[in-house]
Design a protein around this ligand. Sequence first.
Ligand code: URA
Length: 229
Amino acid sequence: MRLDKYLANANLGSRKEVNKLIKKGDISVNGDIVKSPKTDVGYDDKIYYIDVPIVLEEFIYFMVNKPDGVISSTEEGPTETVIDLIAHPQQGELFPVGRLDKDTVGLLFITNDGKLAHQLLSPKNEYYKTYHVTLRDEVSPEDIIRLETGIELKDFTTKPAKAELLSPNEVSLSITEGKFHQVKRMFLAIGNEVIRLKRTGFASLILDETLAEGEYRRLTEEEIKNLNN
Ligand code: URA
């Protein structure tokens, strides 16, 4: 990674500000002053601002608006992953909390905080995940009742959910479970088909609609506090 990007990601300043520091000779890498913002640096390099080590972060929290076609696993492979979207010197520590299908868009929480991830994913805590679901066919009031009551699938019956009709073909559905293809399977079971699925909420987090698909931002202090409650 370029030195200027590294320093900006480590919160030393904006790209422009850190470039000035580099040109001034305030930044050293492994004991040598470097003056090129393009210098390639990695985790093992010792990077100092004058005599202050650039300490990397203990806990990192991002929300991503996942685009279609990107997978949410962390495995290396030919397909782009949500982690590839994040520019951060500690990218290798990051993982998504929970999974979305490749064609599902919207909110994914990304962190390196294993304890918080475990808490959020534990089925006993029953955190809601909210989806904006666009359907092939119109949804009836009876369908809403069925979704809310619980739907019998081949291998299990879904827990009571919250469902709200947003338009004849659109539903906001909040579920506490996160089984494989669950939302798609719930609608298939009532004779409909999901044509677009977007996650808008996860526990206390709400998707920041100013993020275009593929964009991400750090969580605010308030969002982090609320997730930990
Ligand atoms: N349910 C699905 O069917 N797909 C997702 O990606 C998430 C929930």
